[in-house]
Design a protein around this ligand. Sequence first.
Ligand code: NAP
Length: 248
Amino acid sequence: MGKLDGKRALVTGASRGIGKAVALRLAAEGAKVAVNYNSNKALAEAVANEITNSGGEALLIQADVAQAEQVEAMVQQVADAWGGLDILVNNAGVTGDNLIMRMTEEEWDTVLGTNLKGAFLCTRAAVRLMLKQRWGRIINMSSVVALAGNPGQANYAASKAGLIALTRSIAKEVGSRNITVNALTPGFITTDMVETLSQETIDTIKQHIPLGRLGTPEDVAGAVAFLASDDASYLTGQAIGIDGAIAI
Ligand code: NAP
């Protein structure tokens, strides 16, 4: 018996990194998982296959979360297959770093479009199903930079801070229907997103992390599984640091 037996989950950006680990963990806890990706079909397919090969149920869905029609079609596909949606993990995210005086509108729009508008579109579509069910879990992947800011990441940090405000507002809106909405604020997690950093930078970062190491995608997935479970029934509207205490 898993903690999430029979639940139906959608994880955006589940082809790699944190999203992949979240999809695998939710499936290991007994949930059916819709594995969303944008461009890496082969990687996403491998995630879905890993779930089905372990006896779970997966749906592979291509959709750009920044495009309303694609999001509506994705959530409809989940509803058609499984009759509803219980857990939404808004994980898809991109960076587009630049100093503010050089940042292009395209860099701003792409990052805000995927990270913030994408979460809005997915949440809007998912909430319609969750309201009918009177049960739902929404988990938004924010970041530690939402709280502290980061030079060169004005667009990314603004999108992640926006996600926290989105989380709190929707938590208040849908709480009476037994739907919880929370955000995680990961610190440095070992995925493609931090792979571009030099070893020297990583060593410097580690000195500021009380736990003395970077986080793993599985560290984040464990927190998502908890938030999605009945153990977290009275926990909503929170932004929880999953960062080895770098932020304190
Ligand atoms: P990653 O390895 O770069 O993977 C990003 C994922 O998002 C991929 O599955 C990608 O799909 C998907 N994606 C990107 N744009 C998309 C779009 N428009 N529509 C649908 N899917 C899209 O990233 P990660 O490090 O795992 O990060 C996952 C989340 O955690 C992000 O929101 C990120 O901001 C956040 N986060 C990460 C860290 C960290 O240290 N890694 C720290 C704090 C927060 P394709 O493969 O198909 O492109």
